[in-house]
Design a protein around this ligand. Sequence first.
Ligand code: AAT
Length: 292
Amino acid sequence: VIPGWFSEISPMWPGEAHSLKVEKILFQGKSEYQDVMVFQSATYGKVLVLDGVIQLTERDECAYQEMITHLPLCSIPNPKKVLVVGGGDGGVLREVARHTSIEHIDICEIDKMVVDVSKDFFPDVAVGYDDPRVNLHIGDGVAFLKAAPEGSYDAVIVDSSDPIGPAQELFEKPFFESVAKALRPGGVVCTQAESIWLHMHIIEDIVANCRQVFKGSVNYAWTTVPTYPSGVIGFMLCSTEGPEVDFKNPVNPIDAIDKQSKSVGPLKFYNKEIHSAAFCLPSFAKKVIEAK
Ligand code: AAT
């Protein structure tokens, strides 16, 4: 550990630790679920850390939040009702709210401290909560989905932390089964699905489970986020049986929508070329993911 630097050390990426120079620690607390910290970094703006793991930085959050949201929502026509699991910082809400077709947004975040801290320190991210279509539920996403009415959502976005701690069950088959039940026929799910460089074994399990649970299409996409471990992060995109979803060729272009979003400024990362490109996999990953 280098004095004055934050190093991201975890058994999920043994033998490596990305470091950021700390200018000032702005918040440190312990919630019922995890350690919560916010610091001002020298080069990535403010940083939100849970249990020692970086959740977002002001500089690169756009890459993650825009991709995890618009990959699913631009793949279906007229999404109206969306559920976000996790994502307490509000960044995914900000992105969902760009879609004018949306009528109702539920969010189920387990940790109220994440919501409060984000509103205090990350106003450009937590701005997502200002949208009147948003309904915040504080609780476990697993229980929320079990109790959700069948066939009610067009899309579920699982913006979850890593599978150590409160998010563990969000990576397991029973959870995917309740997601499938909560979606309408031809509805879509996008879940945070870790790094092809570090977690091929986790990805392999997720893909195998999803192929059993989701009878429509099952795809893996990825993007670059410099402050996430190995600098990349992936998403599992699946659809339920019903109207076919071709994730690689978006049917709901964002360009027209983006011009209407006045309050949050234009998209910084997502566009239609990068949408399709996100599904191109390096050969080593293709071999594992497409063989399943
Ligand atoms: N958008 C920022 C990125 C995140 S946030 C993940 C959120 O999931 C956290 O706020 C955490 O409190 C919440 N969470 C964890 N478990 C649950 C649960 N069971 N139900 C509801 N919410 C939950 C993800 C960062 C990815 C990091 C990559 N290394």
